[in-house]
Design a protein around this ligand. Structure first.
Ligand code: SAM
Length: 213
């Protein structure tokens, strides 16, 4: 019988060093996630799940939309982010306390945001908690998951239920006519950008005088 150790494959010292470095970096990443310094509101802190049609805005676009929402909502205003979690995150990251905001989302990973998270499935557009009163938000920002008339018309039901009047919609340029008919919104000059290049051209639409033109 030979020595058992002879049968165990050995890693080279170079591979071992690389592996050790990888584990140290991994521990540092995990440590950051649990440390108080980790920014739970940074755009991208929840990774995109393409099965859920998740395509996050670039940081710049999320900031622009968040700034627009704050201006449109006014002092002490209420903002609803419907299927637009990056705008919610940017609002929480950037601004003071002179507004309130809710995130309506299908992806339950966003429930880490506590009471401001409202589970939302566009297929049941008015299936909302009782404490979400009609026409109780100064502005609603929405970015429906699919470029279909069915998805937009159902999301539009939610938007019309929630808003006091102002609507900021982000969706494909091909949805322009449906958006105008369902929500009375017009295409803005501002072009939203995403962290990845998308095949479809995206645009913003509003029904009020916005800073996005
Ligand atoms: C096109 S992405 C819009 C995200 C936006 N660009 C952002 O960065 O915040 C569509 C969003 O719809 C959500 N979603 C997926 N399925 C949904 C459903 N059945 N009902 C409502 N929202 C859904 C996704 O989780 C995702 O946040």
């Amino acid at each position: 019988m030979g020595d058992d150790d002879d049968d165990i494959p050995q890693l080279s010292s170079h591979t071992l060093a690389a592996l050790q470095e990888f584990y140290i970096e991994q521990q540092q990443r995990e440590g950051m996630k649990t440390s108080e310094d980790f920014n739970h509101y940074s755009v991208g802190s929840v990774e995109e799940d393409w099965q859920l049609s998740q395509f996050w805005y670039s940081d710049e676009t999320a900031s622009c939309l968040a700034n627009e929402a704050v201006l449109a909502a006014g002092k002490g205003g209420r903002i609803a982010c419907v299927s637009a979690p990056s705008v919610y995150q940017k609002l929480k990251e950037q601004h003071g306390k002179d507004f309130s905001v809710c995130i309506l989302e299908y992806d339950k990973r966003f429930s880490v945001y506590g009471e401001e998270f409202i589970f939302y499935d566009y297929s049941n557009p008015l299936n909302l908690p009782k404490n979400v009163l009609p026409h109780s938000f100064d502005i609603v920002i929405a970015d429906p998951p699919y470029l279909s008339e069915e998805c937009l018309s159902k999301t539009a039901e939610t938007i019309k239920y929630l808003t006091k009047g102002k609507v900021l919609l982000c969706t494909g340029a091909i949805m322009e006519e449906h958006a105008a008919r369902l929500l009375g919104v017009k295409m803005c000059k501002f072009i939203p950008k995403h962290t990845r290049n998308l095949a479809n051209e995206f645009r913003c639409y509003v029904n009020y005088d916005s800073g996005l033109d």
